[in-house]
Design a binder for this molecule. Structure first.
Ligand code: SAM
Ligand code: GLN
Length: 284
């Protein structure tokens, strides 16, 4: 019974061009029934009520129109966290889990480390650091007020409100002077999709995720340039800058840090798919 319902849902999603049709149909039915994965996988004989059938049909239709699964269910997994997401924030990506890993590895053995996350979105990186590194104090910023509200809600859900301070700010603009030279690490996953590239993105991303989170305009490295130039004012001596870049932007991203003349040990790291993903540099 459940299997038939999933199959029909999956057929509709496949027809809409969704590659993960079966999995998405399963997750939407699971969400409709309000059960977890284990419960779902052991409920073969369950009959859907009329209300449940209607709700599932509605969710399949939404997903079929290429609304991201995470906006439909309202949650996204990031490392060990389940984060609330709405169309006001980017759905945190698996690649970024690994950016957070770089930050965590850099401060794990530092006494009371301080980390600044620029453009925190759902709060993914900031909350991961605050909850995985004992004693860490995090400052998180975003230029989007609604995004910041989501991030604050997520921080509260994960009991790290006391360890994260949020600022509505265009990059570093609204950060108080007392934060200067105070961070061991500054991290950012800024928007880096050029306007020209937007058209080639999946409709889930292009038509549903916030443009302010995706694209800085024509120059994909414009945010990196601003952050690399201004971060030194807020980093401690020998502090580390960690920036996510788009695939193919690695060498140009390294050049952005090098051009400032303010960093040493500039490195490009690839993600698990072998794509350029992180630029790191240590303050001179
Ligand atoms: N850090 C989150 C993550 O990794 O999932 C969100 C990253 S999203 C690619 C970029 C974020 O930067 C968005 O939340 C966007 O609102 C924010 N942003 C864009 N321009 C900004 C600016 N000038 N100053 C601060 N934040 C900005
Ligand atoms: N990694 C996201 C994507 O591929 C984009 C996020 C960003 O611009 N930082 O859609």
């Amino acid at each position: 019974m459940i299997d038939d319902v999933v199959s029909r849902g999956a057929d509709a999603l496949r027809a809409a061009g969704i590659k993960t049709a079966r999995l998405d149909a399963e997750l939407l039915l699971q969400f409709t029934l309000g059960v977890n994965r284990t419960q779902f996988l052991t409920m073969e004989d369950r009959q859907l009520s009329l209300t449940e059938a209607d709700m599932f049909a509605d969710l399949i239709e939404r997903r079929g129109s290429r609304e991201p699964l995470q906006y439909i269910t309202g949650e996204a997994a990031f490392r060990h966290l389940l984060l609330r997401v709405t169309p006001d924030v980017l759905v945190p990506r698996p690649e970024t889990e690994w950016v957070a890993e770089e930050v965590i590895a850099a401060v794990r053995h530092v006494h009371e480390p301080r980390v600044l996350d620029i453009g925190t979105g759902s709060g993914a990186i900031a909350i991961a650091v605050a909850s995985e590194v004992p004693g860490a104090e995090v400052v998180a910023t975003d230029v989007s007020r609604p995004a910041l509200a989501i991030a604050m809600g997520n921080a509260s859900d994960h009991n790290v409100t006391e360890h994260i301070q949020f600022f509505l700010s265009d990059y570093f603009k609204n950060l108080p002077e007392r934060l200067e030279q105070s961070f061991n690490v500054i991290v950012s996953n800024p928007p880096y999709i050029s306007h020209a590239e937007l058209a080639s993105l999946d409709p889930e991303v292009r038509d549903h995720e916030p443009l302010v989170a995706l694209s800085p305009g024509h120059d994909p490295l414009a945010p990196h340039r601003v952050i690399a130039a201004e971060a030194p004012r807020f980093l401690k001596p020998n502090g580390l800058l960690i920036l996510e870049v788009g695939a193919g932007s690695g060498p140009a991203g390294k050049a952005v840090l090098a051009a400032t003349g303010l960093y040493k040990n500039i490195e490009l790291l690839l993600d698990l798919a072998g794509q350029d993903r992180v630029i790191k540099g240590v303050l001179l």
